[in-house]
Write a protein that binds this ligand. Structure first.
Ligand code: NAG
Ligand code: NAG
Ligand code: NAG
Ligand code: NAG
Ligand code: NAG
Ligand code: NAG
Ligand code: NAG
Length: 706
């Protein structure tokens, strides 16, 4: 296209040098000749948020305001989603130089306002060579005006009888052109073009065409055709020249239906036959329907590929554009901590029809449509399987432009990277055939971040605060989820106790929740160390734990000791680590044969069973005593004695060194005279046994500090 870019600059404050086209950032201002209008676009990044245009012609400069644009054939809008402002100027717009309805020359000022308030004016000149030949009648339904142009020699025009009558009645008064607007039920009142212009209507005559333009105004007729809203303006021009009354009966009609959102996409409909355009004639035949977006028609294969549809029935044409289809603009953002989105499409529509006389009418229509604000609801699915003992939480319905960046698990913050590094698995799951995806979070119940509550039942709970961001703007929002898992009747580990000849064995089968408890012996936790130190024999594999506690090792208590037997008992328990609350315990008491014993109870009572004849052959157990000779054995048999006495009695000696308190006593035996005749009791004694016992033996500990 022989069309260039002439851009100059002059700054109202005057000092800036002029800028040539090549000095402007790429795409800053662009022009394009479309079928029926010139398109001027300017990037908002360049032009700021409030650019405006003025049309320039030999008469001067004409600011394109909202009102002025709708009367003069200019449509200006700022399209934030697309980041640009655009001006569509009809080839018949007021200040366009028109050569033979074929070459159109435009001149505009683009005025931008910098943040500082300084205004800069750019000159935008463009020339368009008509890309598509005119049809005899052309109707353009712009967003802000209706325009009709007709070849001035079209013969097949008609008028209603009313109009003819009115035209004849008024024609005597004037030989210049007059116009009447026909409205149902209202009298036709003639007015001059300048009177009509004051009402916003523009008529003009080009080389070969008559042009009429009207804003959508309350004065136009709103009608409904087969469920569609149609706006109609019906001017009748007339003039008397000598004996002839010339009359031009015009009509412009546009379907002004709004687009609707039906849950799947945007739908727009229009009557198949826009009957006002028939103007009383019976025949009107539609021969071609096309659609497109952004002011350009598209070929059928492209619209089909994008999923657009154009359904034509006898009464209505219905166009639908699926949500987020190519050609439209979708925007997502956060509001009230929720993902919102909407979708906008600028529909362009063409319909060509023939009337009775075979005169072709081409109708073009711009229709911006948008969905309401849509909220994307996320879904949480609790996929936890109790048996696996892992929280599995599915967060779904996330759009492709949403990323999960962090999670807070019971108040602990993790970025996705941190979480993954520390073994908390977060997996992104695409959903096939959709632009949605999901995340699955897996967290074992044992994880430190999981809250546990152990009562009769065990509750695990986790509050998740997901941090999501919308890309690319990285706008965050949050989503909360809570999961719990409960196990009923979970009991602490249970031990079985078995009595052996010289030990007690305990056995515990491992169960899933054993880790919730610790195994204790007295105040101590059972560990491999403790077992080794005290001589317990511990075996622990994946199935069970066994502990063999040899008789007389630390932790036993003894009861009912006599020369034949005694009870030794050992207690093991499970308790909660934090509270040390004992949840189950087993004190196993076994009957053992008494051979040699030296034990000390927690109350400080020492019990000794020993064979005195091993030290002094022939010694009589009956004749034994302790350091305090009044302390005699409680029980004896042929060889053994059983003493039982308090630590602080029977002459027990106490020795203290840095680490131990040692108690000491002796078992002494009386010697009897061997003489048969004169049995004389002597008090010669021999110490057979020296008993020493430390505090440890006695089952209590004393802290010394010397
Ligand atoms: C643009 O057009 C106007 C009017 O047609 C003309 O006066 C002016 O010189 C042109 N400017 C440039 C830069 O071509
Ligand atoms: C609605 O469509 C039918 C054709 O199905 C047509 O006969 C009828 O005139 C239309 N209604 C209007 C108000 O145009
Ligand atoms: C977690 O994040 C929140 C909000 O970003 C912050 O207030 C809190 O201090 C963070 N906690 C930790 C442990 O980092
Ligand atoms: C979730 O996390 C965000 C950011 O850390 C915080 O602003 C919000 O209050 C949290 N929500 C709850 C319920 O804790
Ligand atoms: C989640 O799933 C677990 C296991 O199926 C179930 O016990 C729990 O009640 C579910 N609901 C919530 C809110 O965690
Ligand atoms: C026994 O082994 C299990 C693992 O098989 C372990 O969790 C447990 O702590 C061990 N118990 C003791 C007392 O060492
Ligand atoms: C020990 O003395 C008791 C009486 O004090 C007597 O009954 C018992 O037979 C004596 N036993 C021996 C072995 O001398």
């Amino acid at each position: 296209m022989a069309f260039g870019c002439w851009v100059g600059v002059f700054v109202l404050l005057s000092v800036w040098p002029s800028v040539r086209c090549s000095d402007l950032p790429g795409g800053a201002i662009e022009t394009a000749c479309r079928d029926r209008y010139l398109l001027v676009t300017t990037q908002l990044s360049f032009a700021g948020n409030q650019p405006r245009f003025e049309a320039v012609d030999t008469d001067g400069v004409h600011p394109i305001t909202k009102q002025y644009g709708s009367e003069c054939g200019y449509m200006f809008s700022i399209l934030l989603l697309r980041g640009h402002a655009e001006l569509r100027a009809s080839y018949f717009s007021c200040h366009t130089d028109n050569q033979d309805d074929e070459v159109f020359t435009f001149s505009f000022n683009l005025i931008t306002t910098a943040a500082s308030g300084v205004e800069t004016t750019y000159i935008v000149n463009a020339t368009c060579f008509l890309p598509l030949p005119w049809s005899p009648r052309e109707v353009s339904c712009e967003e802000n005006y209706m325009e009709v142009s007709m070849r001035s020699d079209v013969s097949c025009l008609s008028g209603t009888t009313d109009a003819w009558t009115a035209a004849l009645a008024h024609s005597s008064a004037t030989s210049t052109w007059q116009v009447m607007f026909q409205q149902e039920g209202q009298q036709l009142i003639p007015m001059s073009f300048s009177e009509a212009r004051e009402l916003g209507y523009v008529f003009h005559l080009t080389q070969g065409r008559l042009v009429f333009r009207s804003p959508y105004t309350p004065r136009s007729v709103m009608g409904s055709i087969n469920g569609s809203v149609v706006e109609v303006v019906h001017p009748i021009l007339f003039s008397r020249q000598r004996w002839v009354v010339m009359m031009v009966d015009w009509i412009v009609a546009c379907s002004t239906n709004e687009g609707m959102y039906d849950g799947a996409g945007l739908v727009w409909q229009t009557p198949t036959l826009l009957s006002p355009l028939v103007s009383g004639l019976s025949g009107l035949e539609s021969i071609k329907f096309s659609m497109g977006v952004d002011g350009e028609l598209l070929d059928e294969p492209i619209t089909a590929e994008r999923g657009y549809s154009l359904d034509i029935s006898d009464t209505t044409v219905q166009i639908s554009v699926p949500f987020n289809a190519a050609g439209g603009y979708r925007k997502s953002f956060v509001m009230d901590n929720m993902y919102h989105e909407f979708y906008v499409v600028h529909l362009y529509y063409e319909q060509i029809f023939l009337d009775d006389c075979g005169v072709e009418t081409r109708l073009r229509l711009h229709r911006p449509m948008n969905t309401p604000l849509l909220i994307q609801h996320l879904s949480i699915i609790n996929q936890t399987v109790l048996e696996d003992r892992v929280f599995t939480v599915y967060l779904g319905n996330l759009y492709y432009d949403v990323d999960l960046v962090a999670v807070t698990l019971n108040g602990h913050n993790f970025t996705i990277l941190d979480a993954t590094k520390s073994g908390r698995v977060i997996t992104m799951v695409p959903r096939p055939n959709s632009n949605l995806h999901a995340y699955i979070l897996r967290l074992p119940f044992e994880d430190a971040a999981v809250h546990k509550l152990v009562k009769r039942n065990i509750y695990f709970s986790m509050d998740i605060n997901y941090t999501l961001v919308i890309l690319p703007q990285e706008e965050p929002y949050y989503y909360l989820a809570s999961v719990v898992a409960q196990f009923n009747d979970v009991f602490p580990p249970v031990f079985k106790g078995i009595c052996n000849e010289k030990s007690i064995s305990f056995q515990m089968d491992h169960k899933p929740f054993d880790y919730l408890w610790e195994v204790g012996v007295g105040p101590y936790i059972l560990t491999t160390n403790l077992a080794a130190k005290r001589g317990y024999i511990m075996q622990n594999d994946s199935k069970s734990l066994t502990l063999e506690v040899p008789l007389f090792s630390v932790g036993y208590t003894y009861k009912d000791i006599n020369l034949k037997q005694f009870y030794g008992s050992f207690e093991i328990h499970s308790r909660l680590p934090k509270t040390l609350e004992v949840k189950s315990s087993l004190a196993k008491a076994c009957l053992f044969q008494t051979t040699e014993v030296i034990v000390c109870s927690t109350e400080g009572v020492v019990t000794v069973v020993t064979d005195v004849t091993l030290a002094i052959p022939g010694a009589e157990p009956n004749g034994t005593f302790l350091l305090d000779s009044t302390c005699r054995p409680q029980e004896t048999d042929d060889t053994r004695v059983l003493f039982s006495f308090g630590l602080h009695s029977c002459g027990t000696r106490v020795q203290v060194d840095h680490q131990h308190v040692t108690y000491e006593n002796e078992i002494n035996v009386e010697h009897k005279s061997q003489s048969v005749n004169a049995p004389v009791k002597t008090r010669d004694t021999a110490s057979v046994y020296s008993l020493t016992f430390t505090t440890g033996t006695c089952g209590f500990n004393v802290q010394f500090s010397f």
